[in-house]
Design a protein around this ligand. Structure first.
Ligand code: C2O
Ligand code: CU
Ligand code: CU
Length: 506
């Protein structure tokens, strides 16, 4: 029997332990490295874009004798074949996936009957719309299973590309991911007179961009490791079409881009780096077209661009790497290194001539900050807004009907966020210490805010006053919103104060 002295035994134990720790370290390091390397996705040049782009139908409407334009939306479950022969369970409005395009004109009274045939309660929010708080479709206007809800309001804002989607507190990411989203287009006397491409589905295209991931044929909505922005897919689709192309028959084509993804930021451009003209942002037309070759859209943002094509050519709308000053870790895990082919435009051999874009489009409709009666600061991070997570029974602030305010929103988090305000369109007065980039000077309701940056926003609250029913402001990365990066405000008459938020059963 060999006896080993104590110190030697300890030393041997120590060597073994140190070896194990080192191995573990290497293994973890190797895993992290593998996760990091595998976290980047690109579909650029990978696939033939051979599926004709689906165009959401224009929703039929009936005009009542009193002039009210009535629409009907039914939220239902369905099955979609994104790939031929492969059935995927989805949700949609009046169909299996996404919803029809609603369209109305400034000055019209509209009423939309929303029926809920889903297995769970939900809501429909009119993103970008100026309307009374009880019609807003936020988390206080739940539509129970089997129930119907008919909000009505008068369209009182400039022509714009708006959209609608569910807003049930804590469940919004899932409901939108399953397919509940659609466009709501507004026209006015300015937009109708401008010689812009405007034949829906022909030279004026809805382009609803979503990232998606499939697992055994079903939508995979899980959040991968280190993805603290929420769900990120590994491919994209437009209007629910994978690898889409659209046949263009006109020299100029207008794309109404909507980032309907729940966490991904796109940096649009064309494969051949051609320029395009930005003509409108979230809330409507710019003062004049702006020539760009890149355009960043974070979740919830819209933009209308016009691009010129030459006979017989093909060009790819693409999403490029994100340029937002993120550190290498966040850049990778927030999807910033990912690139996608989005939509191929195939120009016909002979094109109908399009009129030149007008140099002047619309007059500014958002306040310039000079008559703001109040300045407020919002620090946003994953813990909430100004340190507080959303609470349904807490109204965070009251604004006075008819006044303008300046909101200063600062992202003091390590990850990207954005900021959306219900009911209003705002003007971005500045970003960090400088003026906003030109592409942010149009009317906006959602704005991207990378880590450690600040935006200054001016907006006017036209009312009506309702001290008891709040509107929301929140991060539009929908998982963040679900986690509580949201607050509530009410519009009150001068001298009024916050009322009683609605009480909800259970
Ligand atoms: Cu598009 Cu509060 O949402
Ligand atoms: Cu909204
Ligand atoms: Cu966020």
């Amino acid at each position: 029997m060999v006896s080993v002295s104590r110190p030697r035994r300890w030393r041997r134990l120590f060597v073994i332990l140190a070896g194990l720790v080192a191995l573990l370290g290497l293994a973890i390091g190797g895993c992290v490295r593998l996760v990091y390397v595998n976290a980047v996705v690109s579909t650029v040049g990978r696939a033939e874009f051979g599926t004709e782009l689906a165009i959401p139908p224009l929703a039929p409407s009936t005009v009542r004798p009193d002039g009210t334009r009535e629409f009907e939306l039914e939220m239902r479950t369905g099955v979609t074949e994104f790939r031929p022969g492969q059935a995927t369970e989805t949700w949609g409005f009046n169909g299996n996936y996404l919803g029809p395009t609603l369209r109305a004109r400034r000055g019209e009274q509209v009423a939309v009957t929303v029926r809920n045939q889903l297995p769970e309660a939900s809501t429909v929010h009119w993103h970008g719309m100026h309307l009374p708080a009880v019609m807003d479709g936020g988390p206080h206007q739940m539509v129970q299973v089997g129930a119907a809800w008919t909000p009505r309001w008068t369209i009182d804002q400039p022509a714009a590309t708006l959209w609608y989607h569910p807003h049930p507190h804590g469940e919004t990411e899932k409901h939108v991911r399953r397919g509940l989203a659609g466009m709501f287009l507004l026209d006015d006397e300015v937009s109708e007179k401008l010689p812009l491409p405007s034949t829906y589905g022909v030279d004026d295209l809805p382009v609803i961009v979503q990232d998606v991931k499939f697992r055994r044929g079903e939508l995979d909505m899980s959040h991968a490791m280190f993805r603290d922005v929420g769900f990120l897919g590994d491919q994209t689709m437009v209007n629910g079409t994978l690898t889409p192309y659209h046949e263009v028959g006109d020299e100029l084509v207008r794309l109404r881009l909507l980032n309907a993804s729940t966490a991904r930021v796109y940096t649009f451009g064309f494969g051949d780096e051609r320029q395009f003209s930005l003509i409108a942002t979230d809330g409507g037309l710019l003062e004049g077209p702006l020539a760009l070759d890149r355009l960043q859209l974070s979740p919830g943002e819209r933009a209308e661009i016009v691009v010129r094509v030459r006979p017989g050519e093909r060009t790819m709308l693409r999403s490029n790497k994100l340029d937002a000053g993120l550190n290498f870790w966040t850049q990778r895990f927030a999807g910033g290194d990912d690139t996608f082919d989005i939509l191929e435009l195939r120009a016909a051999d002979t094109l109908r001539p399009s009129p030149e874009l007008p140099a002047a489009l619309a007059r500014p409709s958002t306040p310039d900050g000079s008559d703001s009666v109040q300045e407020r600061r919002f620090d946003i991070n994953m813990a909430g807004i100004n340190g507080k997570p959303m609470a349904m029974d807490r109204i965070d602030l009251a604004v006075t009907r008819g006044t303008a305010e300046t909101w200063i929103v600062h992202n003091n988090d390590g990850m990207p966020h954005n900021f959306h305000v219900h009911d209003v369109q705002f003007r971005v007065l500045g970003r960090n210490d400088g003026p906003p980039p030109a592409e942010l000077t149009g009317p906006k309701d959602t704005v991207f805010i990378p880590p450690n940056s600040t935006v200054r926003l001016a907006m006017r609250f036209a009312g009506p006053a309702d001290p008891d029913t709040p509107y929301m402001y929140h991060c539009h990365l929908l998982w963040h919103e679900d986690q509580g990066m949201m607050g509530q405000f009410v519009v009150v008459e001068a001298g009024g104060s916050v009322g009683e938020p609605p009480r909800h059963g259970h």
